[in-house]
Design a protein around this ligand. Structure first.
Ligand SMILES: Cc1cc2nc3c(=O)[nH]c(=O)nc-3n(C[C@H](O)[C@H](O)[C@H](O)COP(=O)(O)OP(=O)(O)OC[C@H]3O[C@@H](n4cnc5c(N)ncnc54)[C@H](O)[C@@H]3O)c2cc1C
Length: 395
């Protein structure tokens, strides 16, 4: 039995904590907030991704396809709401057809069942959609990720693990064959540390003596909801054909587990890592982002699409127009603001986004340095991967 400190009570931290607790390790989860899942995990689209988009053989492709199955099974076993909605990716003009074809090929490479549909066939699933062709992915669904997190906490506590809320990780250093962790409340000695701090993961790594090869750049995603009387416009999930230059999927319409319809998210550079509104500015975070050369390189390459995202952020009308490309009946007056999320996207010095999940080891330490979407879907499989990493640093 080992004593393991896990930093962060998002779904990745809790999934690995529960996995280690189940096998008998003594687990302490540190969470700086006064509740679990207050950042990415509690502010996402709630989608169980099927593994459609990701480079074949990548961790994302492998862990999300398996993760979609395991998270659905976990939700069913623990009485958490999950709905097998299926999803349509829609090409709204002929120029998008090659992109849709590439996606169909990738689905085949990743072993994800997907059928190309005519507009009439697409409307059998989503009567209000507009398209020239669509890809139907039946295995995509939705789940209550915060409900999953609460079940994971129950497992940790049932195995005598501890969740310490309002206790922040401050630093870590090696000591003998273990690690000493300083927190906002004191000192914790452990055999190993697992960093699952999401938006703060590069800082937690640095405060543990590691120089991460990539930095977190925060991208805020704003959401709206369809007013309840218009939620009949969407049955399941409707996505655009993604722009292959970006790691984000484009604004989409998703049914929620409460029966509403979420619209979004867009992607704008956030002025604070945990900044959920335009007016939230953290000078330290802004300086950090701007002093990373990669961000400038990305900005120069993407002036036009970046400006479009900003416009969509400040103008509800432009946001509605993007949604109306998918479902023409959506009007600006159908949208009411919903809470935003911020994605932790790791970026290299040269401006390239780290596409795959990224885990880095140090003596007695395992750091999750990039766990963007679909990490919620893949969380139980990421936990299995991290368990092997923990065993490697304990050996
Ligand atoms: C807008 C948006 C939409 C998304 N949609 C989907 C989707 O539909 N499907 C999907 O699979 N994925 C989706 N994702 C991605 C998914 O939500 C994330 O990949 C996943 O939640 C990451 O979980 P995490 O545990 O790594 O991070 P988080 O949930 O961010 O948790 C990190 C935790 O670490 C804590 N922490 C940070 N620093 C410290 C410290 N110093 N001490 C103690 N605690 C600390 C934080 O408070 C936080 O609780 C989306 C993400 C966003 C932002």
């Amino acid at each position: 039995m080992s004593r393991i400190v896990v930093v962060g009570s998002g779904i990745v931290g809790l999934a690995v904590a529960a996995r280690l607790a189940r096998r008998g390790d003594q687990v302490v989860v540190l969470e700086k907030e006064d509740d679990i899942a207050l950042h990415q995990t509690g502010r996402n689209s709630g989608v169980i991704h099927s593994g459609l988009y990701y480079a074949p053989g990548s961790l994302k492709a492998r862990l999300s396809a398996a993760g979609a199955r395991s998270i659905r099974a976990y939700a069913q076993e623990h009485g958490i709401t999950t709905v097998p909605t299926g999803k349509l990716v829609v090409a709204t003009d002929a120029q998008q057809l090659p992109g849709l074809r590439r996606l169909a090929e990738r689905a085949a490479q990743n072993g994800v069942a997907a059928t190309t549909l005519t507009p009439a066939e697409a409307r059998e699933h989503e009567p209000h959609v507009a398209c020239v062709a669509a890809l139907h992915v039946p295995s995509t669904g939705i789940v209550d990720y915060v409900g999953v997190c609460r079940a994971l906490v129950r497992e940790v506590e049932a195995a005598d693990g501890e969740l310490r809320l309002s206790e922040a990780f401050v630093s870590a250093r090696p000591e003998g064959t273990g690690v000493v962790v300083e927190t906002s409340r004191g000192t914790v000695r452990a055999d190993a540390l697992v960093n699952c701090a999401g938006l703060q993961s590069d800082r937690v790594a640095q405060a543990s003596g590691l120089e991460p090869e990539a930095r977190i750049v925060p991208f805020r995603g704003e959401y709206f909801e369809l007013v309840p009387e218009r939620s009949y416009l969407v049955n399941g999930l409707i996505y655009p054909v993604p722009d292959p230059r970006f790691p984000f999927l484009g604004v989409h319409l998703t049914k929620t587990t409460e029966g509403g319809v979420h619209a979004g998210p867009n992607a704008v550079l956030a002025l604070a890592r945990e900044g959920y509104r335009w007016r939230t500015v953290d000078v330290h975070d802004v300086v950090d982002s701007l002093s990373w050369p990669g961000l400038w390189r990305l900005g120069v390459k993407n002036v036009v699409p970046g400006a479009k995202e900003v416009l969509r952020s400040v103008s509800r009308r432009t946001f509605a127009a993007s949604l109306a490309e998918l479902v023409p009946a959506v009007r600006v007056q159908d949208l009411v603001p919903a809470p935003a999320g911020v994605r932790a996207q790791a970026m290299k010095r040269d401006g390239s986004m780290v596409d795959d999940f990224l885990v880095q080891r140090a003596p007695r330490q395992v750091h999750v340095l990039n766990a963007p979407s679909p990490a919620a879907t893949a969380s139980l499989e990421i936990a299995a991967h991290l368990e092997r990493e923990v065993d490697a640093v304990l050996a």
